[in-house]
Design a protein around this ligand. Structure first.
Ligand SMILES: [Zn+2]
Length: 333
């Protein structure tokens, strides 16, 4: 039985900054797309800070990363399953993905304050999935929320469903409100944190239809968010062919550090190669299934017979959903 929050929320749109509404989140197949697994900290960490068990590492000069746990979303982990980061300039701070709950985002905010008194001028929401953005209301209205041009549409389409899911999982108390973005990225934009430029790119449909990535020019660090998964099975919620296209378009061996949405940071080669292999194999296999006339259920059954050679985590939960999504996409090709 689902339990709705018995409060009425005010709904407002820009220039009013907050939208508090019957929160609702969905990922088609929440357990599949709730993006759950993260490995141990990267070897490149410099410093580990801890607030109430919530840690952040300085993975490059002035670039801080919190890695969520190797768990599914639960009450006990407060949705702490995603990579969240912040970057400090000489004038201001930018947050990249506040994470899966207000509680976690407040801990992230405390860790920011442990490093700097500069204002959080920007909060970048890399896409609509709630494990990345549900904590947004932890940051003040003075922090500008940046998202993809398609983000508002996705928010309108999925809000209620997400809310039902989160009410079931968490009693509805991990999200206090979602915010309509202040700044929408059409193709790309730059923000200046003071002596530090970040390029934010809006991608065509890949992991979702509203993916952003963030590049820090100072350290050549790429926050790829869920365009890249490490250790955890990638979850397809946009377009398989599109995702491969996006990865081709952002591929660059000169990144000093690539930070995936889940899992350990590394070089482009380290982080991207296993995922590209997985997506190519998925495309090849499902295309072949369609040519052979397999039904969707037969294609899923065949796909699940295959060995998980890469050792992807949550493979049993996510892989069938990916086959379903790929099958639906490719049968029209
Ligand atoms: Zn995602």
């Amino acid at each position: 039985m689902l339990c709705r929050i018995q409060e009425s929320f005010n709904v407002s749109f820009p220039p009013v900054r907050h939208v508090l509404f019957w929160l609702v989140f969905s990922l088609p197949g929440m357990n599949a797309n709730a993006d759950t697994e993260v490995g141990p900290a990267t070897d490149s960490e410099v410093v580990t800070e801890d607030v109430d068990g919530f840690t952040v590492n300085e993975v490059a000069a002035g670039v801080y990363l919190h890695q969520g746990r190797h768990e599914q979303m639960s009450v006990s982990n407060r949705g702490d399953i995603v990579n969240s980061g912040f970057i400090i300039g000489t004038d201001a701070v930018a947050v990249i993905d506040p994470g899966g709950s207000v509680q976690n985002a407040r801990l992230l905010s405390k860790l920011i304050r442990a490093h700097t008194s500069l204002p959080v001028r920007y909060v970048v929401l890399t896409h609509i999935h709630p494990d990345h953005m549900a904590g947004v209301s932890a940051f003040p209205a003075t922090s500008k929320v940046i998202a993809h041009r398609h983000y508002p549409r996705a928010l309108a389409q999925r809000g209620n469903f997400y809310y039902e899911r989160f009410s079931t999982l968490f009693g509805g108390n991990i999200v206090e409100g979602l915010r309509v973005p202040d700044i929408l990225v059409d193709e790309s934009m730059r923000i200046d944190l003071g002596g530090r430029l970040l390029s934010i790119s809006a991608h065509s449909t890949g992991h979702t239809d509203n993916d952003l990535s963030v590049f820090d020019h100072t350290t050549k660090t790429l926050f790829a968010s869920d365009l890249l998964f490490a250790q955890r099975t990638p979850s397809l919620d946009g377009s398989l062919a599109g995702w491969l296209d996006v990865l081709r378009s952002i591929k660059n061996e000169d990144y000093a550090l690539v930070i995936p949405g889940h899992g350990r940071p590394g070089t482009w080669q380290e982080v991207a190669t296993p995922q590209i292999r997985y997506l190519n194999a998925l495309q090849h296999r499902v295309s072949s299934d369609l040519e052979r006339g397999l039904t969707l259920s037969e294609a899923i059954e065949a796909g699940m017979q295959e060995t998980n050679e890469e050792g992807w985590q949550l493979f049993e939960e996510i892989h069938p959903t990916n086959i379903t999504k790929a099958y639906t996409e490719l049968e029209w090709d």
